[in-house]
Design a protein around this ligand. Structure first.
Ligand SMILES: [Ca+2]
Ligand SMILES: [Ca+2]
Length: 376
């Protein structure tokens, strides 16, 4: 590991990607630092991902720093989370007693296929570095994977660059993590700042406040950076971070901002992601999160469509995408696709009860796909 340790004004920095290992400003949070022609706002004292445009460094504004240590970063390419639909609610939103809406609201949601949800029987309640102490009945680490959305069931950090970890209960093949701030009352504050996701196969101490050995136990699988990601959630927004499938038992989420709020952390593995007709009257294209087993994924009987639509054939379009050839799919109504008995190329099962909703419509379509030959 290459380390720079220098007075800022004398610092010569090579082009590349670096983490700020230690930063000792006389003026604190919010100070601005300029490297070449790229500005960074310092919101914490460590692990800030920086991309330097050239090998120079000057002081800007009132920033006075006494020391900076930079380490070459062994992190993935800056990644961008995708806005996705939140899981559907499965019950009414209720107000935790003693508080008013929208702060108090909690609501259960569909936890099928979600490795992190305690209610699915394996995962353990989340543990965190710290938690906002007030009000304790609305913010707790274990609320980050209790199967309920809403500020009234959230974790809020209590330091910059804090973390929260979830024990999935056993080693799973994970490929996506979904995060949000408030999927019930649509509060739009306490943004996370930049987010780092790490996974581990083992933990020496899965306990609140304990991150001993984490540096050797955990591997980064996803890390956001400006300007790819502004570090904010929109009102009610769910963001999904997808990464190559990784064997993991522990998921660690690090959030950059002080008082960052997460109402739930959801973790997924092999699953069906989207079903779209693409304007085709006799076909549905299904995208999976990982490559599929070409045998089980091309058996028509493993797919069922509501509304009396029959599946007559299945074509493997790509390693993780199939096209179902169907009886006519009348326009103007929603359908539910149910998937069973399908395995990934790594021989993992789809979560039981896997379903996708899709619409057949001829309006607003910007891309249409057709298939002229039925599979043999
Ligand atoms: Ca929750
Ligand atoms: Ca540890």
């Amino acid at each position: 590991m290459q380390t720079f340790n220098s007075q800022l004004s004398k610092l010569g920095v090579e082009r590349g990607t670096w983490n700020v290992r230690r930063f000792s400003p006389v003026h604190g949070l919010g100070s601005r630092l300029k490297f070449g022609d790229v500005y960074f706002t310092m919101t914490s004292h460590n692990t800030l991902g920086l991309l330097f445009s050239r090998a120079s460094c000057i002081l800007v504004g009132h920033l006075v720093a006494t020391e900076v240590i930079l380490e070459a970063a062994s992190v993935p390419i800056p990644a961008k989370p995708t806005a996705v639909f939140a899981a559907p609610l499965t019950g009414p939103a209720i107000c935790r007693p003693g508080y008013v809406a929208p702060d108090c609201l909690v609501a259960p949601f569909d936890i099928r296929g979600n490795f992190a949800a305690v209610g699915n029987g394996l995962a353990k309640p989340a543990v965190s570095k710290d938690v906002r102490p007030d009000p304790p009945s609305l913010h707790r680490p274990e609320f980050a994977n209790d199967g309920q959305y809403g500020n009234g069931s959230s974790w809020v950090s209590h330091s910059p660059d804090s973390w929260i970890k979830i024990d999935l209960g056993k080693v799973m093949s994970a490929d996506r993590v979904r995060l949000g701030r408030d999927r019930v009352g649509l509060l739009d504050n306490h943004d996370p700042g930049q987010i780092t996701l790490q996974t581990a196969l083992s933990e020496n101490a899965y306990t609140n406040g304990d991150d001993s050995n984490d540096a050797t136990e955990y591997t980064t699988v996803f890390q956001t950076r400006a300007p790819n990601f502004p570090g904010t959630f929109g009102p009610g927004e769910s963001l999904e971070a997808a990464f190559p499938p990784v064997q993991a038992r522990y998921i660690k989420v690090q959030v950059f901002n002080f008082a960052a709020a997460l109402d739930e952390i959801e973790v997924f593995g092999f699953s069906a992601v989207t079903a779209k007709t693409r304007g085709n009257q006799n076909a549905v294209t299904v995208q999976f999160s990982q490559p599929v087993d070409p045998v089980s994924a091309t058996i028509p009987q493993n797919y069922g469509i509501s509304g009396g639509v029959g599946v007559q054939g299945v074509l493997l379009l790509e390693t993780a995408k199939v096209r179902l050839f169907t009886t006519p799919i009348p326009a103007g109504q929603p359908y539910t696709l149910t998937l069973t008995e399908i395995k990934s190329s790594r021989n993992e099962d789809l979560p039981s009860g896997s379903q996708l909703k899709f619409f057949q419509t001829q309006s607003g379509i910007t891309r249409k796909e057709y298939q002229y030959a039925l599979p043999q």
